[in-house]
Design a protein around this ligand. Structure first.
Ligand code: GLA
Length: 760
């Protein structure tokens, strides 16, 4: 059993393959958190608590004579504001009778087989036998507020999910001002580093999302979050607590990943006792929820996982978990079609003839799907008009989308379409018909972004309308793929459909509407591949991945920039989720020119596709497209089902980036290396492979070097070691050095294959 209750010492223990999580119901009814760390069987770990009388840390009434027992110091399983715990609270609330906070005490618990679900919200799922659920109920006697803590224990996957349900069993309404799903107290001294922790998080901006940053925890509270109405380009919800001595391959790491795409918030507090509290879930200051008597509120899920074996192992746990238990699209296990997207090639400037020519050129190169991006609908000639009018622009596409879709299908290709359902331009018939469908504060001019407004997705009639329009589009035109965009953040969180006391619910109701629409469409059209997007990767999170198996990683398609963006993203999210395309050079975002092969190697480390005009390709580039399409197909399984290894680490100190994909059984490794900055008189690029079988022998089966040719055709790359045989141990321990490569952003792709050959 993954979950055990031990009546004698009143402990509840959750076991995953390599971790133990234990809590204890104290005599007062407080639920104490005892331990989360490497697996320890058959032991009550309450002896780890050190009780000391800390000045100005109060005591519960029952413990008024035991000053060493304070809710301000004790590790608590879940803590509310207002009851003597001054650390960052998981719950803040006030009842209509004026009672502030909650004194949460144990009521009952239940252990069941299977994984709980959260109505209307994305959440991890399990097949029979893969998970157990602990439901732990706490309540506040004064207000009647009940908090049900849910734990989904995935033993084999080494993951615990957390969620919380709030029920008002009292007679007065209760306003939840904060309703987090995860509260985790890590007692002083836990872990081999003696309790010194770093925080690794993924910050960014539009066109430069998810840059990893590792900082030492300071005393006080560090907050990560978004109040933009989307999980954001700026602060991804995923974060990792790393013991200060942890690195890629060693040390304690705890991953925290909210399964939510709206406002989120994670607070990490290093407090007076040297212990760390992590509180995570739905976002703080733009959230409140009114719970009338009898109502309940489901807070979004947070995935929790840990390892003592470093960040690499944590990455593998997250990738496997998202692939198996979060992404629900049938496409997750299917090879995605090799696509070409029209955006960088044509923006909104096209007509049917141009798109067809584009498709024919692409078909001749072996590309399998054309995606018609922004500009095909309403009065859309630029980004000032048309959003909301999801019918074809007859001037550009006479007779609508159907003739074009038929012609593209006639070429043996699939046809994909861009939509931005959540938005509307003032200059659109949708807005003219339903001006009250947008979020806008009465009496104020709305805040504009990209000259567009945000629809009130909390209204069921808006969701129903969008469902009708998009499902009709798909059905009538045989659409095979949808790129679902969201190109601004939300500002005026006022809904014409809600009373004043519910206006703080708007952002979450918005997300519930988006999820309801995605849920319905993806269930109704399982054969359609949905790719998520929000001005690139502005909503790259586990919540969106539940519905859409891939997300456009960034509007920055420059290969060198993408190295950081994709490496940061892949700390938590699997390779197959990252939308990545080869675009034209000079790159539209940076003006940089990189070799075609370098761009292809980087795009292959995601879903792979093209974002350029095939008519503008030279003969040599057309040859390259065919070569790299073939390599993409050949290595698809290795990249998408193999394990991903960062060979130059997250805090890369060198001017090259290297990473590898290794087959689960260690029999094949595809190593990629891109030089990000040229230097004279260098000694080459040294890497240590990982994930190989130490005793086995490996042949360097292929070595492709790209971008090392001088204009006169002279090869400037290093010595070719193709055919040489190494041992797994030599490649992992002694390492491998690629000879110097000269040129602008050259790249190498090396295939090592296990062999029986004896020669070295
Ligand atoms: C966003 C997307 C782009 C493209 C444009 C179209 O920025 O990220 O890929 O679809 O919108 O307006």
């Amino acid at each position: 059993m993954a979950i055990n209750y031990h009546a004698e010492d009143r402990t509840i223990t959750l076991h995953t393959r390599s971790s133990t999580y234990q809590m204890q119901i104290a005599g007062t009814g407080h639920v104490l958190h005892l331990y989360y760390g490497h697996r320890v069987d058959g032991m009550c770990l309450d002896y780890l608590h050190i009780l000391t009388d800390c000045g100005f840390s109060p005591n519960s009434y029952e413990n008024r004579l035991r000053r060493e027992v304070s809710p301000d110091i004790l590790p608590l399983e879940y803590s509310a504001a207002g009851c003597g715990d001054y650390r960052v609270p998981a719950l803040e609330c006030m009842s209509d009778a004026g009672l502030v906070g909650a004194d949460l005490r144990y009521v009952r618990h239940e252990i069941t087989d299977g994984k709980y679900a959260l109505p209307g919200l994305p959440a991890a799922f399990a097949e029979a036998g893969e998970a157990q659920t602990l439901s732990l109920i706490l309540a506040d006697a004064a207000t009647g507020l009940e908090v049900e803590l849910l734990y989904g224990v995935f033993e084999a996957a080494d993951v615990i999910t957390r969620a919380a349900v709030f029920r008002n069993n009292g007679d007065a309404a209760i306003r939840l001002d904060r309703a987090s799903s995860l509260c985790l107290d890590i007692p002083f001294g836990t872990g081999p580093s003696g309790g010194c922790w770093d925080l690794l998080h993924l910050h960014g901006r539009h066109c430069m999302e998810r840059m990893p940053e590792r900082v030492r925890l300071m005393h006080g509270i560090q907050t990560l979050g978004s109040r933009r109405g989307a999980s954001s380009h700026h602060n991804n919800p995923f974060a990792v607590l790393m013991a200060s001595d942890a690195g890629e391959t060693c040390g304690e790491c705890i991953g925290i990943m909210p399964v939510y795409s709206g406002n989120h918030r994670t607070d990490i507090e290093l407090n007076q006792a040297g212990s760390v509290r992590v509180v995570s879930g739905i976002g703080g200051d733009l959230f409140a929820w009114q719970l009338d008597p009898g109502d309940c509120f489901f807070a979004p899920e947070v995935i929790l996982c840990r390892t003592g074996e470093g960040l690499e192992r944590l990455t593998h746990l997250c990738h496997d978990f998202l692939n198996r238990h979060v992404i629900r699209s049938p496409w997750k296990d299917k090879k995605r079609p090799l696509l070409i997207n029209s955006w960088e090639a044509m923006t909104c400037d096209f007509n049917a003839e141009k798109v067809l020519k584009f498709a024919e050129e692409a078909a001749a190169l072996g590309i399998e799907m054309v995606v018609l991006d922004d500009g095909w609908f309403g009065a859309r000639d630029d980004d000032n008009a048309g959003l909301g009018d999801w019918f074809a622009n007859e001037r550009k596409l006479p007779g609508g989308l159907k003739p074009l879709s038929d012609a593209i299908h006639g070429l043996g290709m699939k046809f994909g379409l861009w939509v931005e359902p959540e938005m509307v331009n003032e200059d659109s018939s949708l807005y003219r018909t339903h001006p009250d469908w947008v979020l806008a504060v009465p009496g104020r001019k709305p805040v504009m972004a990209r000259n567009q407004l945000v629809l009130d997705m909390g209204r069921s009639e808006v969701v129903a309308y969008l469902y009708d329009v998009i499902s009709t589009l798909i059905q009538e035109n045989g659409i095979d793929y949808i790129k679902w965009d969201m190109n601004r953040n939300i500002a005026d969180t006022f809904s014409a459909a809600l009373p004043p006391h519910r206006q703080m619910e708007v952002s979450h109701r918005y997300m519930l509407g988006v999820y309801a629409l995605l849920d319905r469409l993806t269930r109704e059209f399982p054969e359609v591949l949905f790719e998520n997007c929000a001005g690139g990767g502005g909503r790259f999170d586990a919540g969106m991945l539940y519905y859409t198996p891939q997300i456009w990683c960034s509007d920055d398609t420059d290969a060198i920039e993408r190295l950081t963006i994709q490496m940061g993203t892949a700390v938590g999210y699997p390779v197959g989720t990252m939308g990545a395309h080869v675009s034209a050079c000079p790159n539209q975002q940076t003006g940089r020119t990189t070799p075609f092969g370098t761009r292809a190697i980087v795009a292959m480390s995601g879903t792979f596709g093209y974002e350029l005009d095939p008519a503008h390709l030279s003969e040599e580039e057309r040859r390259q497209v065919r070569v790299w399409n073939e390599r993409y197909y050949r290595f698809y399984d290795l990249i998408h089902r193999g394990k991903y290894y960062r060979l130059t680490g997250i805090d890369r100190q060198v001017d090259y980036a290297a990473w590898a994909y290794v087959r689960e059984d260690g029999s094949q490794a595809l190593v990629n290396l891109v030089v990000t900055r040229a230097h004279a008189n260098t000694h080459g690029f040294h890497i240590h492979l990982r994930g190989l079988n130490a005793q086995a022998r490996y042949r360097l089966a292929e070595q492709v070097i790209e971008g090392c040719e001088a204009p006169d055709g002279t090869y400037l790359g290093g010595m070719d070691l193709t055919g040489r045989v190494f041992t797994g141990a030599s490649l992992m321990i002694a390492g491998f050095t690629l000879r110097p490569m000269r040129g602008d952003a050259p790249a190498a792709q090396l295939l090592f294959e296990q062999t029986d050959a004896e020669e070295m």
